[in-house]
Design a protein around this ligand. Structure first.
Ligand code: FE2
Length: 100
Protein backbone atom coordinates (compact mmCIF):
# COMPACT_ATOMS: atom_id res chain seq x y z
CA UNK A 1 0.00 0.00 0.00
CA UNK A 2 1.38 3.40 -0.98
CA UNK A 3 0.59 6.05 1.64
CA UNK A 4 1.12 9.67 0.70
CA UNK A 5 -0.12 13.06 1.74
CA UNK A 6 0.79 16.61 2.65
CA UNK A 7 1.00 18.30 6.03
CA UNK A 8 -0.39 21.84 5.88
CA UNK A 9 -1.00 24.58 8.42
CA UNK A 10 -4.47 26.03 9.05
CA UNK A 11 -3.93 28.51 6.21
CA UNK A 12 -3.08 25.75 3.75
CA UNK A 13 0.66 26.47 3.65
CA UNK A 14 2.97 23.42 3.56
CA UNK A 15 4.88 22.51 6.71
CA UNK A 16 8.41 21.42 5.88
CA UNK A 17 10.34 19.03 8.14
CA UNK A 18 7.24 17.93 10.06
CA UNK A 19 7.96 14.68 11.89
CA UNK A 20 5.50 11.89 11.09
CA UNK A 21 5.49 8.91 13.44
CA UNK A 22 3.23 6.18 12.04
CA UNK A 23 2.40 2.58 12.98
CA UNK A 24 -0.04 -0.14 12.10
CA UNK A 25 -0.84 -3.82 12.65
CA UNK A 26 0.43 -6.72 10.59
CA UNK A 27 -1.87 -8.74 8.35
CA UNK A 28 -3.09 -10.74 11.36
CA UNK A 29 -4.31 -7.56 13.11
CA UNK A 30 -1.58 -7.43 15.77
CA UNK A 31 0.95 -4.72 16.63
CA UNK A 32 4.60 -5.66 17.12
CA UNK A 33 4.34 -5.04 20.88
CA UNK A 34 1.54 -7.63 21.07
CA UNK A 35 3.67 -10.32 19.44
CA UNK A 36 7.11 -10.09 21.01
CA UNK A 37 9.25 -12.87 19.58
CA UNK A 38 6.85 -13.38 16.68
CA UNK A 39 7.17 -10.02 14.93
CA UNK A 40 10.45 -8.08 14.79
CA UNK A 41 10.64 -5.06 17.09
CA UNK A 42 9.34 -1.91 15.37
CA UNK A 43 7.57 -3.97 12.69
CA UNK A 44 5.17 -1.78 10.66
CA UNK A 45 6.42 1.41 12.35
CA UNK A 46 8.22 4.34 10.80
CA UNK A 47 9.29 7.92 11.32
CA UNK A 48 9.36 10.26 8.32
CA UNK A 49 9.88 13.96 7.57
CA UNK A 50 7.94 16.09 5.14
CA UNK A 51 9.68 17.80 2.26
CA UNK A 52 9.66 21.53 1.57
CA UNK A 53 6.21 21.13 -0.02
CA UNK A 54 4.85 19.39 3.11
CA UNK A 55 4.61 16.10 1.23
CA UNK A 56 5.48 12.65 2.51
CA UNK A 57 5.08 9.09 1.27
CA UNK A 58 5.94 5.57 2.34
CA UNK A 59 5.12 1.99 1.54
CA UNK A 60 3.04 0.11 4.12
CA UNK A 61 0.82 -2.94 4.21
CA UNK A 62 -2.92 -2.74 3.70
CA UNK A 63 -4.30 -2.47 7.25
CA UNK A 64 -7.09 -4.69 8.49
CA UNK A 65 -9.71 -4.48 11.18
CA UNK A 66 -9.03 -6.04 14.56
CA UNK A 67 -10.96 -6.51 17.80
CA UNK A 68 -10.23 -4.66 21.01
CA UNK A 69 -10.08 -6.89 24.10
CA UNK A 70 -13.66 -7.69 25.04
CA UNK A 71 -13.18 -10.04 27.97
CA UNK A 72 -13.64 -7.31 30.61
CA UNK A 73 -15.82 -4.31 31.36
CA UNK A 74 -15.43 -2.92 27.84
CA UNK A 75 -16.78 -6.17 26.45
CA UNK A 76 -19.70 -6.01 28.86
CA UNK A 77 -20.44 -2.45 27.76
CA UNK A 78 -20.24 -3.35 24.08
CA UNK A 79 -22.51 -6.33 24.69
CA UNK A 80 -25.05 -4.15 26.50
CA UNK A 81 -25.01 -1.77 23.56
CA UNK A 82 -25.26 -4.55 21.01
CA UNK A 83 -21.93 -3.50 19.49
CA UNK A 84 -19.09 -5.66 18.17
CA UNK A 85 -15.48 -5.13 19.34
CA UNK A 86 -13.94 -4.57 15.89
CA UNK A 87 -12.18 -1.35 14.95
CA UNK A 88 -12.06 -0.43 11.27
CA UNK A 89 -8.76 -0.81 9.43
CA UNK A 90 -6.57 2.21 10.21
CA UNK A 91 -3.11 3.71 10.67
CA UNK A 92 -1.93 5.63 13.75
CA UNK A 93 -0.17 8.99 13.34
CA UNK A 94 1.60 11.42 15.61
CA UNK A 95 2.71 14.55 13.77
CA UNK A 96 5.03 17.16 15.24
CA UNK A 97 6.32 20.39 13.72
CA UNK A 98 8.26 23.30 15.14
CA UNK A 99 6.01 26.28 15.73
CA UNK A 100 2.87 24.42 14.68
FE1 FE2 B 1 -4.93 0.70 16.12
Amino acid sequence: MLVKGRILDTNGAPIAEAKIDVWQTNDDGFYDVQQKGIQPDFNFRGVFRTGDDGAYWFWGAKPRSYPIPDDGPVGQLLGALGRHPYRPAHLHYIIEAAGA
